[in-house]
Ligand binder design. Structure first.
Ligand code: GN1
Ligand code: MG
Length: 398
């Protein structure tokens, strides 16, 4: 039976340089923002998969500029990887499939923007980290991503979401949501609101360091959740990072910090049993080693001095965003149950407490690492014990 989505996708897919017939399509129920489908085609008797994705226009106000960034970034990455002699390029970097008239996106009759990617086969993504070797690989992948983009030629990338990680602006939005309390939900979040208010000074630390020239603007990914790294199913090595809509000017710390948030506690982002939520030092150590080995030499001593702090800050910023969205009536992040955003903020705040207990040790550990430590042997992801949180289908974008 052809579902509505498949019929719709058949129409969409005809717009792209994909030949053959759609055999079936399914929704990828991942990410909080865009709508993503994987579709299998018959091409000359071989089954080939593609990703089709509808860009969320409420979040990304100007999809054509998102796509312009994405094309510049993926072209540059591909050129650099080729120059470094890296094999298997279409599994190492996302490949955008152009429309039949050569554009990077298609705008349908209702004004929605669609794009397509080659499906990367033979990889896995995970909602929660399982081993220090995986943390190393995630760190290495995003470190390498930043390193490869350090010399992106041309003008400054477009800010696809202005002030995306501006913690001061996020804090102000949070204060406003508390003050307005339009859904009368503040009473359910008293403890979380107080927790956040007490930590207000965190919001300015990196912005001040940037203004004082201690750290520099870079090209960064800005959404470095662990589930945005595809690990080779056979070797466990990181192959490709995905979800490139927020690649734009940022701080290296935004990327490292969000990795600390999602790659050092073995729990899901919305874990309700807070006793399980903890920043595990061995995970952090592997993550930091992987990151510094991937990043190579470009980080300055000033940047390195804020590395441990960045974990706390990004967990704070994203916790604030969840809490703000809860207070505002769940208008931004997709929710799957009442109180979901509040639960998510609780998990982030528990992780902050754990980071606070270990922050000094974390920074000392980073200070003791040089730029390119040796890699531990990754464990094959396929050999890891299957867990509820493992996903065999890759996530290509939010
Ligand atoms: C969103 O949709 P997803 O999972 O890729 C969000 C990130 C948050 C994340 C929290 C554009 O990412 O900033 O960290 O949820 N992306 C956007 O899970 O807001
Ligand atoms: Mg995303």
């Amino acid at each position: 039976m052809v579902t509505y989505q498949e019929k719709q996708l058949q129409e969409i897919s005809k717009q792209f340089q994909i030949y053959g017939q759609i055999l079936h399509a399914e929704t990828c129920k991942i990410g909080h923002i865009n709508e993503t489908y994987s579709a299998t085609y018959d091409q000359g008797g071989t089954k080939v998969r593609y990703i089709h994705q509808k860009i969320n226009r409420t979040v990304f106000k100007d999809p054509p500029t998102v796509m312009r960034n994405l094309i510049r970034v993926t072209s540059h990455l591909r050129r650099k990887l080729e120059a470094e002699g890296v094999p298997d390029i279409t599994r190492r970097c996302l490949t955008v499939i152009p429309t039949r008239d050569g554009h990077s996106y298609y705008r349908d009759g209702t004004g929605e923007y669609w794009r397509s990617f080659l499906f990367v086969e033979g990889v896995q993504t995970f909602e929660a980290v399982q081993t220090p070797a995986q943390a190393y690989e995630a760190g290495r992948a995003f470190g390498e991503f930043q390193r490869l983009l350090v010399d992106l030629p041309g003008e400054r990338l477009h800010d696809t979401i202005p002030d995306f990680h501006n913690a001061r602006k996020r804090f102000t939005a949070f204060q406003q949501a508390v003050q307005e309390d339009r859904f009368n939900r503040a009473q359910d979040a008293r403890r979380e609101i107080d927790f956040a208010l007490q930590r207000e000074p965190l919001a300015d630390v990196l912005l001040r360091a940037l203004a004082e020239g201690k750290i520099a603007e870079r090209v960064t990914h800005n959404d470095t959740k662990f589930n945005n790294v595809m690990l080779d199913s056979a070797t466990g090595r990181a192959m490709c990072v995905v979800d490139l809509d927020t690649v734009m000017p940022g701080l290296a710390h935004y990327d490292f910090g969000d990795m600390v948030r999602t790659t050092t506690s073995p729990t899901l982002e919305d874990e309700r049993d807070l006793r399980k939520v903890r920043m595990h030092l061995p995970m952090f150590e592997s993550l930091a080693k992987g990151y510094l080995s991937g990043a190579g030499q470009f980080l300055t001593p000033g940047e390195r001095s804020y590395i441990a702090f960045s974990g706390k800050l990004l967990t704070f910023t994203i916790g604030l965003r969840f809490l703000t969205d809860f207070l505002n009536g769940d208008v931004y992040f997709r929710v799957h149950r009442p109180g979901h955003n509040l639960d998510r903020s609780r998990t982030q705040f528990k992780l902050i407490e754990s980071i606070e207990e270990q922050e000094e040790t974390m920074q000392k550990l980073v200070d003791g690492l040089d730029g390119a430590p040796a890699a531990p042997t990754p464990q094959p992801a396929g050999a890891a014990k299957p867990r509820r949180v493992a996903r065999t289908r890759p996530k290509h974008s939010p």
